[in-house]
Design a protein around this ligand. Structure first.
Ligand code: ATP
Length: 288
């Protein structure tokens, strides 16, 4: 299976934060959701994938190509959607289109106007007056109008109302019908991922905890509840995090089979949701 994005040993250090030796692969033809708490390093990673930020060390490759020698060809193949008003003050969508379109060999005016109509976007209104949702739609219309093979989105659903969020997810699903396309997007809203993601990449404190198919996550991760008497130095090793209360423990495990063989039916085992996983790992990546 081909990887469209390949980060190898990528390191980036800021004063109080660093991405450490990150290896990340994004598979072609699938939707990968990139999750992690506030400040985990999602935007920093995406900026490095987009060459908006240079890693201190390591390698970033897209479509097997390197930004040093193929930046223009690579950017042609990416549709990038980001949060916030990135459009120049006073310009309307028509002006923006006129500026952006010539940059792409595969720009498709018909497609652009179709999305403008579908998203009900005004063409001649200053974009600084657009609501957050409208700005996101405008950014998306532009990103989708040059037949990008790889769509990268930083928090596309943040701040959107539930109706447009759903419409956006439906649209992304529609885009995936076209076999080879790849979508990589960061989000806090883990329920978005149940609907469309094939893979989940989870980052915590600058480290990639896992990058697994949504089925693997569902099969492997479990919430386990039981009496405190079941915990000892050996059995505790089955868990990533344990929360103890006077009435018993609740713990997160990443190997449901192992838990079943250790504890049998003395504990209650439930599938862990992505939110459970993020919650229990919030203290950092445990190294057990
Ligand atoms: N240019 C910078 N200089 C210094 N620190 C930075 C810079 N950019 C990001 N950081 C720090 O890196 C950490 C990770 O930030 P990043 O924006 O990548 O997180 P995130 O996972 O996208 O968070 P959120 O979900 O809140 O958007 C934060 O602690 C942030 O303050």
């Amino acid at each position: 299976m081909e990887n469209v994005v390949e980060l190898t040993n990528v390191t980036k250090t800021f004063k109080d934060f660093s991405i450490k030796n990150m290896d990340l692969q994004v598979k072609q033809g699938f939707v990968t959701g990139f999750i992690g708490a506030n400040g985990a390093g999602k935007s920093t990673t995406i900026k490095m994938i987009m060459n908006l930020l240079r890693p201190d060390a390591g390698e970033v490759k897209l479509f097997g190509l390197d930004y040093k020698t193929h930046e223009k060809a690579m950017k042609e193949r990416i549709g990038f959607v980001y949060d916030g008003n990135v459009f120049f003050d006073g310009l309307n969508l028509k002006d923006i289109k006129r500026i952006v379109a010539p940059a792409y060999k595969q720009w498709d005016d018909t497609l652009f106007y179709r999305y403008v109509e579908q998203f009900e976007l005004p063409l001649t209104k200053a974009m600084k007056t657009f609501s957050k949702g409208m700005q996101m739609k405008a950014s998306l219309a532009i990103a989708l109008s040059h037949h990008a093979e790889l769509i990268i989105m930083d928090e596309p659903t943040a701040g959107l109302d539930p109706i447009f969020r759903r419409e956006l997810l439906d649209l992304l699903q529609e885009l995936m019908m076209d076999g080879d396309r790849t979508i990589f997007f960061s989000t806090h809203i883990t329920t978005d991922l149940d609907r469309i993601a094939d893979y989940i990449a989870f980052i915590q404190s600058g480290e990639l905890v896992f990058n697994q198919s949504i089925h693997e996550v569902a099969e492997n991760y479990a919430l386990v509840k039981g009496g405190l008497e079941l915990l000892d130095r050996d059995t505790e090793k089955a868990f990533i995090h344990i929360h103890r209360a006077p009435t018993g423990f609740e713990a997160l495990a990443d190997n449901m089979k192992a838990v079943k063989s250790i504890f049998g039916d003395t504990v209650v085992i439930e599938r862990a949701s992505l939110e459970d996983i993020m919650y229990y790992m919030k203290g950092g990546v445990p190294h057990v």
